[in-house]
Ligand binder design. Structure first.
Ligand SMILES: Cc1cc2nc3c(=O)[nH]c(=O)nc-3n(C[C@H](O)[C@H](O)[C@H](O)COP(=O)(O)O)c2cc1C
Length: 230
């Protein structure tokens, strides 16, 4: 067992143990069903709490989230993604692969959380805080990622499997069509989509084991000379 493996498996002994169990349990799960251990109202509560309490730069509150748990609408959303993404691919094998993957790993779920950033607020803050103007869109993206992570982790604790998808980022028609379909204003920029459902198998892609590079290469600990690094 490598040091890294020991460290991966180590149980934290502090009060944050339960938190870190959730952190470790969260994975990309593509094996999901359209069942739900929670009611839609409970899911709504999770999304609302996550949006309220995720930090944003200058408390700008740029993140937006839409929860879709209506099966018909969820199916339609993933049909939009499939149509638009597949028409952007030339290779027929890739088209077949993605059609299958979108149907079985995303559309097959119970619902989808779609994350957005309000571009009007970002522009307003950037114009008011000129010194940070270039950073403000980046900070908004970082905050959106925090929100995504909180929702992903909360869904994990509740027994769901979920994954994070970015079709709208690299397929402009996906972005535009989803906003049109949901009647969302154009200044809500789609940053990510999180399909989720009851976990129905191991995380990750079939046959792939998650690899961890040595933690020693990725961290530094600055202690006083006579302290021990464990
Ligand atoms: C910023 C970011 C973007 C990601 N984009 C995608 C994506 O578009 N599609 C996908 O299937 N997974 C995506 N992932 C998931 C990663 O591939 C995954 O988290 C990583 O391989 C570790 O696996 P785990 O989530 O099972 O721990 C993304 C993750 C992050 C943090």
């Amino acid at each position: 067992m490598t040091v890294t493996q020991e460290k991966q498996d180590r149980k934290i002994t502090t009060k944050s143990a339960a938190f870190f169990e959730a952190v470790k349990t969260r994975r990309s799960n593509y094996n999901i069903t359209n069942e739900s251990p929670l009611t839609n109202e409970q899911l709504q509560e999770i999304i609302e709490q996550a949006v309220l309490h995720t930090p944003t730069a200058f408390n700008s509150q740029t993140s937006r989230a839409i929860l879709i748990v209506d099966k018909e609408k969820n199916d339609q959303i993933w049909e939009i993604v499939k149509k638009r993404f597949i028409e952007s691919l030339i290779d027929k094998n890739m088209q077949a692969f993605w059609s299958n993957h979108i149907d079985n790993s995303f559309k097959a779920g119970y619902g989808t959380v779609i994350f957005f950033e309000d571009q009007n607020i970002i522009k307003q803050f950037a114009s008011e805080k000129l010194q940070y103007a270039q950073e403000i869109p980046i900070w908004s993206g970082e905050s959106s990622a925090m929100l995504q992570y909180i929702v992903w982790s909360a869904l994990t604790v509740e027994g769901y499997g979920a994954s994070l998808q970015h079709f709208a980022g690299y397929t402009p028609h996906v972005k535009a069509d989803i906003n049109d379909f949901l009647e969302i204003p154009k200044h809500w920029k789609n940053t990510a989509m999180m399909p989720f459902g009851l976990k129905n198998g191991p995380p990750g892609h079939p046959g792939a084991t998650k690899q961890f590079g040595p933690i020693e290469d990725r961290t530094r600990f600055i202690f006083k000379d006579n302290d021990t690094v464990v």
